[in-house]
Structures are given as C-alpha cells and as structure tokens.
Design a protein around this ligand. Structure first.
Ligand code: BGC
Length: 775
C-alpha cells in the first residue's frame, strides 16, 4: 500500500499541484503529471535537464520540449476529456460534455509509473473507460513511453488523435522557433524539430505510435504540431490499445540538427520494436536497484513511510546519474520556475541523500561545480573580488541567472532591488563544503584531483578578498552579507556565514595538501597564479570571528545587532501584511525591521556543526529562534526537525519532519513571492525529509572515519531500517526503540568503526552487531 500515491476525483483547481505531484522523470527528462488530453493551459511540460533559453530581455529558463504524449480521444465525435466533463466526479458534464463517472490518478513509486483511469458516461449512454500508464525510462534517458487503453460498453466509433504538440507552456518564452515536422519514409515515426532562440540549438521530439491492427493512421500536420488520426470501430468490451514511444534529443552537446533528428527517430523506432513490456521491465529493473540502495522502512507510521518514499522518489527522478554537466535545480525538472536554476539547495539539502545512497550521483553534482568554476570566477571578478564567487542561481555555464530585481512589489508592480545575487556569499562556502563531504564520505580523492581542490582554493581566495580585517579587534570579519534568512539583507557577521567561511578555509587548506601530495605540478601552478598564500588562508581561518553562544543564555546572535530589532510575534507581523503575497524582505518589507526570520539560520549552523555545541546551546537557540521563524522557505522545517531530534526532543521535530516530507504531496507551500510564481516540486525539502529521518531521528553521523548513531525516534515509530554506503562499504542499519543493529555486507573493503552511546566497536565485512542504547 505504501508504494502508491493516489488521488480520486477530478478538481480543476488541483491541476497545477497534480502536475508536480505526479511527475515522472529520469534525471534527463522530467514530464509533469498532467493528463493525455491536457495542453499548455494545464501546464503540460517536458523539461530537458540543462537546456536553457533566453528570449529578449526576459529571464533565461529551461526549455519545455514539444509534448510527445499529446492525445485526444473522441467517442462518436465527443472528446473524452476530464476538462469537458465538469469538475466533480459524477456531477454531469460541463457544457454538454460527457459525465465523469470515476477518475483516478496515481503513481506507483516502486516502478516510477504514472497511471490514470477515467470512466466517462456519454450522451448515448455508453460508458467509456480510459486508462493509461506512462514512464520516463530509467534505462534509456531519451525515452518516455505511454500506453493508453480505451474500452467501451457499447459498439461505436472511436477517433484517436495522437502526436506531438509544439504549442507549449512557457513562462518567459516562446523558446522554440521554426518548427519542422516530418514523417519518416517507413511511416514508422513522426518528429517535430525546433530551434532554441538564444543559441539556435536544435531539439527533436520523435514519436512512434502503435495501435494494433490499425496501420499508420492519417497524418495531420499543423504549424506547430504533427499528429495521426485513427478511426476505429470499437466493439463493446474489447479494449483498443495505443502505445506511444517518444524520444527526445537536443543539440546541447553541439550535435548538428541532422544527427539530433536521426537519433530521435531511431530511438523511437527501436523502442517500438522492443515493445512496451520489455521497456517497462528494463525500466523497473533499474528502479529496483535504486530502491535497493535507498529504500527505508518505518514501523508504526504508514503516513511517514509513504511520505518518505515519495520524497526519495522525487529525488531519484531528477538525479543526474549520467552527467556531471548538470546539477539539480531548486524546482527539479517540474517546470521553468526559479529559472531552472541550481541553488545552494543541492549541496546543503540534497547532497546527503546521494552521498549515503548513490555516491556516483553526489560526485556528478559536485563535478557540475567544477565545470562551472569559470562562471564563478567571472562573477567574483565582476564584483572586484578574487577567486570564485558561485552563482546564487546557476545554469549551464555557472554565470549568475539571479537578477538584481528578482521580486516585483505587489502594490506598485515595480521591481524591487534584492541582494540575493550580490550578498549571499555563503554559496561559495557551501560548494566547498559539499566537495569535502564527498571526499569524506567516499574516501575518493578523484573529485579533489579533477578540480575539486581548485574549486575549494578559489572559494577560499574569494573569501580572503571579501573578508575584512578589523584591526581594533584583531580579527577577520565578514561584513555586508545576506545569510540564509533572506529577510535581513546586508548584515554584518552573520553567524552561519562566518562559520561556513571558516569551514571553507579549512577545506581549502586540507584539499590543497592532498593536491600537493598527489599532483605537485597542479598545486604549484595554482599557487603560482595566486596572490594569496596558504599561510594567509590559515591566518584568516584562525582569526576569523564566529559569533559564539552567550555565556549565560547560550544564545547566538544571528548577526551583529540582530537583538536590537523589534521583537514582534509572527502572528502580529502577519497581521501587518497588506497583501497576502507581500514580500516580507527586500528594502522595506515588514520583517526587515523585526527579529522574524525567513528560515533556519543559526539553527542550521547548529545542525551542520553539531559536534561544536553542547545540548543546552542547541536547546536554547532552538527555543529562541523557532517562534521567530516564518518558514517562508521550504528549506527550513527539516532543520528544526533535526535539531529537535539532536537535543532529545524528536516529538517536537516530528511535525516539522512531516511538513517537509509531505510538501509535494499536499501542495501546501508558498506559491507566490511578490508577484513571482514559485510553485513546482521541492527537492530540497525532499532531501530534507530524508536527512530528518536518517541524520535526525536515527541520529547517524559519519565523519569519514567513524559512524556515530544517537537515535531519537518519534513516539509513533517502533523501528526504522535503511541502507547506507560509507567509504565504499554497504550497510543496513536498523534502529528500534531499544537497540541498533548494523549489518555490513561481505564485500565491504574494510571494517567500520561505530559509536553507539559510550560504546565504540568495529563492524567487520559480512558481520552484524546489535547494540542496546539509552536515550
Ligand atoms: C530560499 C533560498 C532557496 C531558494 C530556492 C528561497 O526561498 O530562501 O534559501 O535557495 O528559495 O529554493
């Protein structure tokens, strides 16, 4: 049961939400969870990872490919469409359409399969059932496959119009121009090719469709679409089955249009020959492996179980497991929101999941930062700094897609100056942190040697040039920044930022030492072109100011003079809002003069550096900042869940965990900032849900040397069990209310050091240990 996400009935209000919720994808393609009969008004989208376009002066954003699954089915000339059938199941058709007797949309998480079933009662009394299944092949990255079946209770005429629709939803488009449709000589496949506006890159969608016994149908070409029309004499109780094999290729890697088109047509034709069942089998096999490496069971909490699986599903469908040239955008592959850009979300909220389950993907994510280093250097130079200042919103080149005016004022419609791009300097430290995490978890130095050490070094150089040496206090400070709490821009000594910079400087020193030992020439070359020496970086590291807990209260001030701001309650602040979408931050937002923060900031630092702070400090800060946090970002709740668990109060953390884990199931998240639409999926929260369960409630902490387990299960959870990979070894960990058990796979390269409570032990390959613990 807890592998299926299901929704019954049709509510037009939920179309956008269900498009996110029922998405399928394979890391290269993301297809929104819309229905076959939907078009651009229902936000149908096929997003190709890493393919961006810019039209005029509008924002650059991902390209939405022509919809290869577009299909309309008619019964005796009347379309079978939930849109025509009225809003409620059984409510009778709107505008004389059919009556929707039953409707259900679901996702089979285990096989990453989207399913729908709709039963229409037609004016002539016939009951027509339409079912479909679709998947974005995990085995063939260019392929989406769909099987549609129609069965009627009476004999009658079915018309099926199916093909490729190039008239797609765009936020700042249209991105595709010069659409060329083709039908290949054998008539086996049709294709639509178009070019992006900015770079003129070709993109082809090819489709091979099959309806057994119905030949090739009649070709219908329009300016932006190519379809085939089939007229079928349907017999009562005998299903008519349409299978569509859709292949999508682009010229992203420089391939000319001829090659792109040929590859797409060939792939669709090959898929058709292989057939639906075989393609589904190879796809499902891949998914079985993904789940073997990651699935988690929770005893005693079905709701959490499903939500966690679903969170992992969302991460799997957008994981770049084949390419180190793309990373994961803040809204995954669910559309063009947030410009399809990659934020710190990846390193700080998603990376952990991949590090523990699929380190190869974690490596790809970090190699993306290596490949975009030049963009980060350009940004640093643009602002007059040294080294690498990573993009706040990164696309394929690493140049910053974030604008200086990211939000419009809801009252005047005027652009507001925001400082995400200029002042959220912690991004460079987050990148360096991610690189070191990969090394610590895997012991694999290749990332450092392939450019990771250089990235860390360039980030450290950036901070050296950005930092300020306060001669009176004889310490380095980081001034004029925006921390994770974006409602307070341009502050001094944000605790989180300063602590992250310190970590970055440490990483740079350690990574450079590894580089020196392994690749002296590269090391020397980096130093030769650098105006900063390792000694200077060390000095900054040692003398960098990081705000400390107050000796009495244990509180850490979020930034200089934060306590001087008005201490208003969150409900009181909200009562001051004059518009529901009003932006709380910016130059003059209602939160800017108060202590209300957007998202976990100090508390995030306490999570990341949990070993540096004792429990009373964590408790005091959690208690202080929690009522002052608006959780205006989906990145916030998981952090509060984890720190609550860390301080021995998992039940305080549990509601935050559930909020994170269900975000894309319920669709309850902010949809607007100012007049900016920000809906879509929330991969950072999905990663946060995984972190809250494993790093929070199971209390797993790995430092590259030993694993520590300090479980704190929420009351309802009797036990949880999950696999992890650490330093090339595979383990299964089971945490119950009294004990933890670890099984190490026989093929593991070395024993693992494990600490539970006061006990330190070693788990040899092929062995298991079971240790009681006291909370
Ligand atoms: C958050 C950022 C986050 C971005 C993308 C913003 O609302 O404040 O921390 O990186 O969304 O998810």
């Amino acid at each position: 049961m807890s592998w299926i996400v299901r929704e019954s009935g049709f509510d037009p209000e939920q179309i956008a939400h269900h498009g996110n919720k029922f998405m399928v994808g394979n890391g290269v393609l993301g297809y929104r969870g819309t229905l076959e009969e939907f078009g651009k008004s229902e936000l149908t989208a096929t997003i190709v990872a890493g393919l961006y376009d810019k039209v005029g002066e509008q924002w650059r954003e991902p390209v939405n490919a022509p919809n290869g699954l577009a299909t309309t089915v008619y019964w005796e000339g009347t379309p079978l469409s939930v849109l025509e059938a009225g809003p409620r199941v059984g409510a009778g058709g709107g505008g004389g359409g059919p009556e929707l007797v039953a409707h259900e949309q679901s996702l089979d998480l285990r096989r990453a399969l989207h399913q729908r079933r709709s039963v229409f009662r037609m004016a002539d009394g016939a009951e027509v059932t339409m079912t479909s299944e679709r998947f974005c092949s995990a085995a063939r990255s260019e392929l989406i496959v769909c099987r549609l079946s129609i069965e009627s209770s009476r004999d009658g005429e079915l018309t099926i119009v199916t093909g490729i629709d190039g008239d797609v939803w765009d936020i700042n488009g249209p991105h595709l121009e010069r659409m060329e449709s083709e039908s290949d000589a054998t008539g086996e496949a049709v294709s639509l090719t178009a070019w992006t506006q900015e770079l003129g890159l070709p993109l082809t969608v090819a489709e091979a469709a099959d309806i057994v016994g119905e030949g090739r149908g009649e070709l219908v070409r329009e300016e932006t679409s190519i379809c085939r029309r089939f007229h079928i004499n349907s017999r009562a109780g005998e299903p008519v089955e349409l299978v569509k094999y859709v292949a999508i290729f682009s010229g992203q890697d420089g391939a000319p249009v001829g090659d792109v088109r040929t590859a797409a047509v060939k792939s669709a034709a090959v898929a058709r020959q292989l057939g639906y069942d075989r393609l589904l089998r190879e796809h499902a096999d891949r998914w079985e492996r993904k789940w073997d490496a990651s699935d988690m069971t929770i005893e005693g909490d079905e709701e959490a179980q499903l939500a966690l699986r679903y969170s992992m599903y969302q991460l799997h469908i957008i994981a770049p497991d084949r390419s180190e040239r793309v990373s994961i955008p803040a809204r995954g592959l669910s559309g063009q929101v947030y410009k399809g850009a990659v934020f710190w979300d990846t390193e700080m909220f998603m990376l952990s999941f991949f590090l523990h389950t699929e380190p190869e993907v974690a490596r790809n994510l970090m190699m993306y930062r290596v490949h975009t280093l030049d963009g980060a250097k350009r940004k640093a130079a643009e602002y007059g700094y040294d080294g690498a200042f990573y993009a706040w919103e990164s696309q394929e080149t690493g140049d910053d897609a974030c604008t200086l005016f990211n939000v419009n004022d809801v009252f005047t419609g005027r652009p507001m100056r925001t400082y995400f791009r200029d002042k959220q300097v912690h991004i460079s430290a987050d990148v360096a942190y991610g690189i070191w995490q990969y090394y610590a978890f895997t012991g694999d130095v290749s990332l450092l040697l392939d450019g990771g050490a250089e990235v860390a070094w360039e980030c450290a150089k950036f901070f050296y040039s950005y930092g300020y040496f306060n001669p009176r206090k004889r310490r380095y400070e980081i001034l004029d920044v925006t921390g994770p709490d974006e409602y307070h821009e341009r502050v001094n000594n944000n605790a989180f930022t300063n602590r992250m910079v310190k970590a970055c400087l440490r990483v740079a020193m350690d990574a450079m030492e590894i580089l020196r030992d392994r690749d002296l020439r590269r090391y020397e070359a980096l130093l030769a072109e650098s105006t900063v020496s390792p000694d200077q970086i060390r000095d900054m590291h040692d003398r960098l100011y990081v705000p400390q807990p107050d000796a009495e209260s244990g509180l850490i001030e979020q930034f200089d003079r934060y306590y001087a701001l008005e201490d208003v309650s969150l409900p009181d602040l909200k009562a001051r809002m004059l518009h529901p979408h009003e932006y709380l931050g910016g130059g003059n937002g209602p939160a800017t003069t108060t202590q209300i923060l957007k998202q976990a900031d100090v508390v995030l630092m306490l999570h990341l550096f949990k070993g540096d702070y004792d429990r009373s400090v964590k408790q005091a800060n959690w208690a202080y900042y929690e009522p002052r946090t608006e959780h205006g970002s989906s990145l916030s709740a998981c952090i509060y869940a984890m720190v609550a668990a860390d301080t021995g109060s998992p039940d305080w953390g549990y509601p935050y965990f559930m909020r994170t884990a269900t975000i894309d199931l319920t669709g309850e998240s902010k949809q607007y900032v100012g007049d900016l639409y920000i809906g879509g999926t929330h991969p950072a929260a999905n990663g946060g849900a995984w972190m809250a369960a494993i790093l929070g409630f199971a209390g797993l902490r790995y430092d590259g040397n030993k694993a520590v387990l300090r479980p704190a299960l929420p009351s309802a959870w009797q036990a949880m069990e999950f696999p992890v990979r650490l330093r090339g070894g595979s383990y299964r960990i089971r945490v119950s209310r009294e004990e933890v058990a670890i099984f190490a796979q026989a093929g593991n390269p070395e024993p693992m050091r494990l600490v539970v409570g006061d006990l330190e032990l070693s788990v040899a390959p092929g062995h298991d240990v079971c240790v009681p613990y006291v909370r």
